[in-house]
Design a protein around this ligand. Structure first.
Ligand SMILES: [Zn+2]
Length: 186
């Protein structure tokens, strides 16, 4: 796999991964919080926030939202109209405000609503920009887990999305490189 760098730095090998062709599947493996802490100096909340934004996508269009608009039934508060106020004999100042039930809760109705939903195929490729979701590996029990190769891809994806700086990318890749040496992969 090649990577289209948006960040160029003499310390970062251009156009290839440090762990290209190296099998690092077995160990070491990092949890979400280890990934955040060890490589980026952040917390697991940060990683989950990035995931919610679909920011961990490699070689896509950084401007692409990787989502599409879909229609879904969602509850909306009913707003009191003048006709409704007269018919229901409600106080005059309720017009234009949400309709409340006798307990003071907003009355809602289900309406077709535009919502943004992820736009990836079954292999995690964005159907619009063809970017690849990375860092999707899970343990048998369903927890996120990252090999060094996954970390490397996540780091590049975050730099491409502008979520980390070139310096942060260089530092993260520096740790990947060191870990790969400690584990005698390279
Ligand atoms: Zn996309």
């Amino acid at each position: 796999m090649t990577v289209a760098h948006v960040v160029t730095d003499p310390a970062i090998p251009a156009g290839r991964f440090i762990l290209e062709g190296v099998n690092v599947e077995k160990a070491p493996l990092f949890s979400v919080s280890e990934l955040a802490k060890v490589f980026f100096g952040r917390s697991s909340y940060w990683v989950r926030w990035l995931e919610e934004q679909h920011a961990i996508v490699l070689d896509g269009d950084p401007q692409c939202s990787h989502t599409k608009t879909a229609k879904e039934m969602r509850p909306h508060p009913i707003i009191v109209t003048e006709a409704m106020q007269k018919r229901r004999k409600l106080p005059a100042d309720t017009v234009g405000k949400p309709l409340l039930d006798k307990d003071g809760n907003k009355v809602t109705e289900e309406k077709m609503t535009d919502v943004q939903v992820p736009y990836f195929d079954t292999k995690g490729k964005c159907k619009r920009c063809k970017g690849q979701k990375v860092g999707e590996r899970r343990t048998a029990s369903g927890a996120r887990t990252y090999s060094l190769a996954d970390v490397e891809q996540v780091a590049h994806a975050l730099a491409q999305a502008g979520k980390i700086t070139g310096t942060q990318l260089r530092h993260a890749l520096g740790v990947v490189d060191l870990e790969a040496r400690i584990w005698e992969y390279i």
